[in-house]
Design a protein around this ligand. Structure first.
Ligand SMILES: *[C@@H]1O[C@H](CO)[C@@H](O)[C@H](O)[C@H]1NC(C)=O
Ligand SMILES: *[C@@H]1O[C@H](CO)[C@@H](O)[C@H](O)[C@H]1NC(C)=O
Length: 462
């Protein structure tokens, strides 16, 4: 019925158009099928429910990045008919051989078409089959399920900010702390003065002891600069604590990334000892003054926008305006030399409780990226998937407290609480808990504390 109606209405018009024989742009356009690229199984005239039996240049539907036609004129001189024109509109087989395409979700795609499956690119091969890359992905549904089914004490989640990245990219762009060199590792440990019988509380949270002085986790994005983020985070808290809240600066990781360049590689990784050296000798401004801009790992570092000069007695002041023109306060904050703690759980706890959060290196494995909640321990879930799926790299974080949890079997599970630098949407509000006292992922291997450089003039006057 519809077909008949279209025929009656459009046929006279089409005659006129054909008679005039104007060379339209349409006639000059390249045939859709010339390169063997056509979507033999696609639904175009059918999906748009259009068939025009004459010439009607408006009788077109979107076809990939161009248009295809569903009017009879389309098969006269050039082949810009939609691939389903013959079958759908005329009820006859299409007059071209069906090129092999690849099917997906009820649609057909031409040779060379691509789509992304998480971190892998799939391409339609000339043989009519999808061929997909085989990278290990940073987010892996199978691993997430295996962790959540297993009894590992923590839960995994799929993070949209990590979806589509390869595990290799995660290791390369989301961490960024070089392992301390043997000389630095052998740095004399500072021992806490403590009685071996000293009883420490079962739970401790720096934010509860020092309200308003513990800074929220930041997001390093795809900048492998955890060396700068963890250093700025620990220094921010410690300067706030040691000045008794008189100063509560959130220090700028970007200041370190862009300006602490001696033997450092910005968003391609850096050393903690170098970061502390810079904080002591040059100092940094606040994050507000010098905001984070290095969203992507760039081989070409951004130029340093902040400089300082000595004002005597080791103190320094800025000689440049804040890179953020909205902010005028460009005070330079400094620390005293950083010190390494022993790897003793008790000593780390005592230091944390007395002087504030500490910095720790952390060996990050593939499953850590998927951490959502609970007490993290590295799991063997990726072992069955082969070595490509088991990767690790060195990271650094800020330990902010500890606690313990009673397991159903009566055992006590001790943990550290730490702040990461993957934003507050990751983990437990940007924090994670990790097994304590067992050097899980080397978290107790290299722990650093520092004092803010706070002088009498920085203190409130009574
Ligand atoms: C156009 O379609 C008609 C069927 O209506 C067919 O007989 C004819 O061969 C086609 N012409 C071309 C050039 O494909
Ligand atoms: C993970 O999240 C992404 C986007 O946020 C989604 O496209 C994907 O289907 C999810 N994958 C799994 C396994 O849940």
């Amino acid at each position: 019925m519809r077909l008949l109606w279209a025929l009656l209405c459009l046929w006279p018009l089409a005659q006129v158009a054909l008679a005039s024989r104007v060379r339209t742009r349409r006639e000059l356009g390249p045939g859709l099928y010339e390169h063997g690229v056509y979507d033999a199984g696609g639904s175009y005239c059918q999906r748009g429910d259009v068939c025009c039996l004459g010439r009607d240049d408006g009788c077109a539907v979107p076809y990939h990045d161009t248009l295809c036609y569903c009017d009879l004129f389309c098969n006269r001189t050039i082949s810009d008919c939609c691939p389903d024109f013959w079958e759908y509109c005329l009820g006859i087989p299409a007059p071209f051989p069906k090129a092999p395409g690849c099917a997906r979700a009820g649609r057909s795609y031409p040779t060379g078409a691509t789509y992304r499956e998480n971190c892998n690119l799939c391409t339609c091969s000339p043989a009519g089959q999808w061929q997909c890359e085989d990278h290990a992905c940073l987010m892996d549904g199978e691993l997430i399920d295996a962790i959540n089914r297993g009894n590992y004490g923590w839960r995994a989640a799929n993070y949209s900010q990590f979806w589509g990245m390869t595990l290799e990219d995660g290791i390369r762009h989301r961490l960024g702390t070089f392992r301390p060199s043997p000389t630095v590792m052998n740095m004399n440990e500072m021992h806490m003065n403590m009685d071996s019988n000293e009883v420490l509380p079962r739970h401790f949270d720096a934010a509860a002891k020092w309200p308003g002085m513990i800074h929220e986790p930041l997001d390093q994005g795809n900048c492998a600069g955890s060396w700068a983020f963890s250093t700025a985070a620990v220094a921010s808290d410690r300067i706030s604590i040691h000045s008794m809240g008189h100063m509560t600066p959130a220090l700028s990781p970007q200041n370190l990334l862009s300006c602490d360049t001696r033997n450092q590689r910005g968003c391609s990784g850096g050393r903690l000892d170098g970061a502390w050296w810079y904080l002591r000798r040059r100092g940094v401004v606040t994050d507000e003054c010098y905001p984070f801009t290095s969203q992507e790992s760039q081989p070409a570092a951004q130029p340093c926008m902040m400089h300082s000069r000595s004002t005597g007695r080791g103190k320094r002041q800025a000689t440049a305006r804040c890179p953020n023109p909205q902010t005028h306060a460009n005070e330079i904050y400094q620390s005293t030399p950083a010190y390494r703690l022993s790897s003793s759980e008790k000593e780390i706890m005592k230091e944390l409780m007395e002087n504030g959060p500490v910095q720790a290196i952390l060996e990050v494995h593939e499953d850590f990226f998927m951490y959502k909640s609970g007490i993290y321990r590295h799991t063997p879930v990726a072992e069955g998937k082969g070595p490509k799926h088991q990767r690790h790299g060195t990271h650094s974080v800020k330990i902010t407290g500890w606690g313990e949890e009673q397991l159903p079997d009566g055992q006590t599970q001790k943990y550290w609480t730490a702040a990461n630098s993957w934003g507050t949407a990751w983990g437990e509000g940007g924090h994670f808990r990790i097994a304590r006292g067992v050097n899980e992922c080397e978290v107790e291997t290299f722990v650093v504390g520092v004092w803010g450089r706070v002088s009498m003039e920085d203190m409130p006057h009574k």
